[in-house]
Design a protein around this ligand. Sequence first.
Ligand code: GDP
Ligand code: IMO
Ligand code: MG
Length: 439
Amino acid sequence: MSCIVIVGAQWGDEGKGKFVDVLTEKADWVVRFQGGNNAGHTIVVDGAKTALSLLPSGILRPGVKCLLGAGVVMNPSVLISEMERVRAAGADTSPARIVIDRDAHLVLDYHIAIDKARERARGSDRIGTTGRGIGPAYEDRSQRSGIRCADLLYLDRMKERVRAHVIEKNKVLELVLGSESQVDFEALWSTLEQEAAILAPYVGNGSKIIHEALRSGQRVIFEGTQGVLLDQVHGTYPFVTSSSTIAGGASVGGGIGPRMIDSVVGIAKAYTTRVGEGPFPTELHDATGEELRSRGHEFGTVTGRPRRCGWLDAVALRRAVRISGIDNIILTKLDVLTGLRRVRVCTGYKRGKEVLDDLPALVHEYEGLEPQYLDVEGWDCDLAQVRRWEDLPATLHTFVREVSRLVECPISFVSVGPGREATIPVDVHPVVAGFVGAS
Ligand code: GDP
Ligand code: IMO
Ligand code: MG
């Protein structure tokens, strides 16, 4: 039995998709355990790029099975078109390979309408959501009225519940949120009926399947979406998503006991990005920030929005390591820093005479914080073809070692390009080594 959880250790888009794909070389299952199509995970194989928002990033490895766990919120239209897209590229998308947990909740048109209308109504206080209906779907789950995947098997029983939802949400849209947008029940229902017929064969008992897979010695990867700092409870609230993005979320949303997890891998970028609103102490508003954005192609996979860019924040990363129990980090996009005269890492935030060693709890407490930096000399050689740690420049070694020291966590791999092959082992965690055939 071998079970790893992979989480984003910052505010998302750290390169989780690439590394879930890399680590599926020897995996049997990949499980998405939270989030929905707010996620955008990019995989590059032999130069060909695939963007996934709902399917687990194991889908491009023939033979690897994929589960959308109970903690996921699933938009049926998006899942069906994503399956069609990867099937056209040669992937097997049959129910023999993909399972959708019966307890996962659906994202329907009214969730999307409410998400967008609420953001508009918030005005300058908006969160900058992806507008995919994720928050409203989780709200329905919390208030115990959500529609689940198992309901797709009982359309007659579900119909009146969906109709009641549409009536209620239309009132909220008009009377509470002042929106002109209304959802048409008949149109929604006729689409949903067709989608239910397609998706019904995929619905299964995910937690039981995974439990049995683990007990029979199979290798399972739990694929997180978003990042620890976007966690609904432990993130930079209220500028967060609506699910448990921390490693513990794998237990909650996957339906396995926490003691089944053998290792927690945190994916972190060698700098920091954030999409949407919210605190970001090391954000750069200057030419270096622009340079990181253009060289790192930092534009949202889902919405195309420019990502905000800044230096690596070891204070925030240390928090992510603590909250998620990350026992090894994969540091990505080091190639993007090539050519900079110096590379900075934030070691603390100064407020008056005090130096804070953790993120503040409230948004107004970020005002006037001055990040303190450790500067490391940059490097200027092309990393694209480098495949061994010892062949990397000495200043890059120093940077990686300093990050590891500051966040008190070993580094398993560094990444120097989007492709599978641009992956360099450093101090690979023994459990993780089993997923790439190294043991
Ligand atoms: P995710 O949401 O964490 O899966 O990350 P995204 O796919 O949204 O964003 C990461 C982007 O960086 C994708 O376009 C990846 O192909 C790309 N990427 C991943 N690792 C590296 C790397 O080491 N170097 C470069 N240049 N790009 C990378
Ligand atoms: P991946 O998995 C980056 C951000 C949104 C917004 C906040 C809430 O690709 O790393 P939501 O639509 O979830 O209610 O939006 O969370 N956000 C992400 N940022 N990467 C993601 O996913 C994100 N998913 C949501 O920009 O600030
Ligand atoms: Mg992404």
